[in-house]
Design a protein around this ligand. Structure first.
Ligand code: ADP
Ligand code: MG
Length: 161
């Protein structure tokens, strides 16, 4: 199978609520079975983005980074699996824990913080999101669609409100 073409959008957010709104918009666009891989230092807003995704999934759960369990599951109208691999010391720990199935969920959507810790295990079809700090509350966010998001997604995420 040919690799899907990569489409890219770069944007900035200027507050946590803007990043959260981006997470909501994304979740509305993501099909069932999708994987979103998040990359970025501590405090760049990865969990904040996931909070928006969980909102759009229709769950009232309080979203925090899973630490000791590595995965949280939020169930609403849709299901969202939230992994944080920060504490992972070796990629094959994911295999030992049996989490690699979540990278291609049969139902729901999976979002992974610190995805680079499992890079070799990530399926090629996914959405990569890189977040970085700018001055103050500004965050630079680069979204790369690798064969997952529907046509027109670029316009939708560029006009979040
Ligand atoms: N534009 C922004 N987007 C996201 N978070 C922001 C933004 N500006 C400030 N913040 C703050 O940065 C922190 C991000 O934390 P968090 O989402 O837990 O980051 P991470 O999961 O990447 O470590 C929060 O305290 C949030 O209020
Ligand atoms: Mg986090």
């Amino acid at each position: 199978m040919d690799a899907a073409p990569v489409e890219r959008v770069r944007l900035v957010t200027r507050s946590a609520s803007e990043t959260q709104a981006l997470g909501r918009a994304l979740m509305e666009l993501l099909p069932e079975g999708a994987l979103v891989a998040l990359y970025g230092d501590l405090g760049t807003g990865k969990t904040c983005l996931v909070r928006g995704m969980a909102e759009a999934a229709g769950t009232a759960a309080h979203v925090t980074s899973p630490t000791f369990t590595l995965v949280h599951e939020y169930r609403g109208a849709r299901t969202l699996y939230h992994l944080d691999l920060y504490r992972l010391t070796a990629p094959d720990q994911v295999l030992h824990l049996g989490y690699e199935d979540l990278f291609e969920p049969a139902e729901g959507v999976c979002v992974v913080e610190w995805a680079e810790r499992a890079d070799a295990l990530l399926p090629p079809r996914r959405v990569d999101i890189r977040l970085s700090h700018e001055k103050g509350d500004v965050r630079r966010i680069e979204i790369e669609n690798r064969g997952v998001l529907p046509a027109g997604w670029e316009r939708r995420v560029a006009t979040i409100d």
